[in-house]
Design a protein around this ligand. Structure first.
Ligand SMILES: O=C1O[C@H](COP(=O)(O)O)[C@@H](O)[C@H](O)[C@H]1O
Length: 252
């Protein structure tokens, strides 16, 4: 059953159903933007998110989605070579991107030959260029407006590489930032910032497992006065949809 408040929808599924419903939702949004704008800009997280995209590789989506109009970005990346097992690019490529006909030129990997600082600057510059060329839409607040952000959440309530208690959570100018002291290894990462995440049109949060139930409870039922986890700050312009399994929703 879905719970809807303002522009936030929370839906709880049997674990296996998540991939089915997520594929349906992503396809709906992809179709909307490819029709309206002739392009669909989507950001990927690392971690468990990628396996939840698996139903997009099957009928009816594989043959009907306009893959040539997809433009794929990363919410965050670890500062490691693209061939490294910690690389979010490698995870997405092996599990999803290598299996769909998205033009390689529409896959915007973070440069793995640069330092954390250099890679963050380079990614922001490339995103600015794509906004100028209308590949990525622009929000009225001046930040880029991605069509859809696909977020996971860590057990501590982090999203992208924005961790609880870290000053990067409050970054309000940069589009892309770097972190060298990530509490979750590897320590060096680059990440989209909250103004960018929250200027997107749509965002989904895919969260599974009992280990994440406390953070889910804090985000969705926490008091107004308690300090918010990063996940509780996700607030896109049009709609945020939570895809929870029963274990992750067990404390709601
Ligand atoms: O380190 C990261 O963790 C989060 C959550 O991962 P999960 O495996 O618990 O789903 C992920 O969303 C982020 O992209 C990644 O860099």
């Amino acid at each position: 059953m879905a719970e809807t408040k303002n522009n936030v929808v929370v839906e709880v599924f049997d674990k296996e159903e998540i991939a089915v419903s997520l594929a349906e939702y992503v396809a709906k949004i992809s179709n909307k933007f490819t029709k309206e704008r002739g392009a669909f800009t989507v950001t990927l997280s690392g971690g468990s998110l990628i396996t939840h995209l698996r139903k997009l590789l099957e009928a009816p989506y594989f043959d009907t989605l306009e893959w040539s109009k997809w433009h794929v970005f990363w919410l965050d990346e670890r500062v490691v070579p693209k061939t490294h097992d910690d690389s979010n690019y490698k995870l997405a490529y092996d599990g999803f991107l290598s299996k769909v006909p998205i033009p390689p030129g529409n896959v915007y990997a973070i440069n793995d030959t640069l330092s954390a600082e250099g890679a963050a600057d380079d990614y922001e510059t490339r995103i600015r260029h794509l906004v100028k060329n209308n590949v990525i839409a622009s929000s009225s607040n001046g930040f880029p407006k991605f069509d859809l952000q696909l977020l996971g959440m860590g057990p501590d309530g982090h999203v992208a590489s924005l961790f609880p208690g870290h000053s990067l959570v409050n970054e309000d100018k940069k589009w892309v930032a770097f972190i060298k002291d990530s509490p979750k290894p590897p320590p060096e990462r680059i990440t989209l910032t909250f103004p960018v995440i929250n200027s997107s049109a749509y965002a989904v949060l895919v969260v599974t497992g009992a280990g994440k139930a406390d953070a889910v409870h804090s985000a969705l039922r926490g008091s107004e006065t308690s300090e918010k986890l990063p996940v509780a700050l996700v607030s896109p312009e049009d709609e945020l949809k939570w895809f929870l399994d029963k274990a992750a929703a067990s404390k709601l």
